[in-house]
Design a binder for this molecule. Structure first.
Ligand code: BGC
Length: 388
């Protein structure tokens, strides 16, 4: 009895204490909007989770010069993936650190019901039909935390691959089943996370996906439909492209321009894709600025086919996050996928084994999606351009 009373007393005391204060936080409320490029005035934050993964990797290196180079990777700004309800805790933990006032915290919203409908590697925790849970236990909770931190700037990537899958993979039963939940879920996310201290980029795949001539218009219309269903939220700035992808930004001629079907796709690099898809978005009535993932795109000529997406062997870290893109439509190059984390397992007996992770151009062995792959990280580092 005595023990339980004191435990209760302690718990009450703990909840009454103010949460730890960020010593470097801004002292006034952040006001962002979809009509401005947040990356011009804010730096993408190097979050403590990626930093810790990199630090652990450094500890495993015996080559001193490689270790010195590796340590620098932890200082690169990157997006923090909130890929499960439980991982929302990462956001709380990060917000209890000293994030400089002029840093924007990048988050990936990634937990739709029936996630990754055209592949297996990133199938999520929520089943088709669990939209109420997505809303109340995932989006609402994140929105609550963002509201509690009005002085902190946030940039969100909204649900990688989801709407693009509805455009090109709707022949699959899994994507048909996921469709309603994706559209309603993304609309709900856009509406609920539409806060003054937030800007949002809806994921638009990459040039080798919605960049095909026949996909541009339907792709843009799909995004616009969902954006309008959300009430055309003011904090949507545009799209994210190449997230966890491999495409070069402005390589000319593009990596796959020599293939027999190249005539059907003018978006041969991401710069062209942002122009072409951006034009289609404008026509469809959707904001069209973009952020492009350059985290792992340093080396080209590695993929046997443009659509090969899993742990591409021979890849290297690409250009570091910057708003200096030379292109008005491209707000920033960012690190979306934390380089070193796997895209999917190469274990053929695993439930989430996807055959793309067993292709000849995929690195093996590779652990489950999101898990650290030390050998892959070292490869990215050795092949990075610019070098660390
Ligand atoms: C995985 C996520 C992970 C993310 C970043 C995705 O492919 O499904 O679990 O957080 O990659 O590595």
């Amino acid at each position: 009895m005595k023990t339980s009373t004191s435990v209760l007393a302690l718990a009450t005391l703990a909840s009454a204490l103010p949460s730890r204060v960020n010593k470097r936080a801004c002292d006034t409320a952040v006001k962002l909007s979809g009509s401005e490029n947040v990356f011009k005035s804010y730096t993408l934050h190097a979050n403590s989770f990626y930093k810790a993964e990199v630090q652990a990797a450094v500890g495993k290196l015996t080559d001193q010069s490689l270790a010195t180079a590796a340590a620098k990777v932890g200082d690169v700004g990157s997006f923090l993936w909130l890929d499960t309800i439980a991982n929302i805790e990462k956001l709380r933990t990060e917000l209890a650190t000293d994030i400089p006032c002029k840093n924007v915290l990048g988050l990936v919203i990634y937990d739709l019901p029936g996630r990754d409908c055209a592949a297996k590697a990133s199938n999520g925790e929520l089943a088709v039909g669990e939209l109420p849970k997505y809303k109340s236990e995932y989006i609402d909770v994140i929105a609550g935390i963002l509201k509690e931190h009005p002085n902190q700037a946030f940039a969100l990537i909204i649900e990688p691959d989801s709407l693009p899958n509805l455009v090109t993979n709707i022949n699959l039963q899994t994507c048909q089943q996921s469709k309603q939940g994706y559209e309603d879920g993304v609309a709900y996310a856009l509406k609920t996370l539409n806060l003054p201290n937030v800007v949002m980029y809806v994921d638009a795949g990459h040039g080798g996906w919605l960049g095909w001539n026949d996909n541009l218009k339907p792709g843009a219309e799909e995004l616009a439909k969902v954006y309008k269903a959300a009430g055309s939220p003011s904090q949507v700035r545009g799209i994210s492209t190449n997230i966890a992808g491999w495409n070069a930004f402005d390589l000319t001629p593009g990596e796959f321009s020599g293939t027999s079907d190249a005539q059907y796709n003018k978006a041969q690099n991401e710069k062209l894709y942002v122009q072409l898809f951006g034009d289609a978005l404008k026509t469809a009535g959707h904001p069209n600025h973009a952020i492009v993932d350059t985290g792992r795109n340093a080396v080209t000529g590695l993929r046997e086919a443009w659509g090969n997406w899993c742990n591409v062997n021979g890849a290297g870290f690409g250009v570091r996050p910057t708003s200096d893109t030379g292109d008005e439509r491209v707000d920033a190059f960012v690190w979306g996928k934390p380089g070193g984390e796997s895209d999917g397992t190469s274990d053929t007996s695993a439930t989430r084994y996807d055959s793309f992770c067993g292709k000849p151009d995929a690195f093996k062995p590779s652990p489950e999606a999101g898990e650290w792959n030390q050998a892959y990280f070292e490869m990215l580092l050795k092949n990075s351009k610019p070098a660390f």
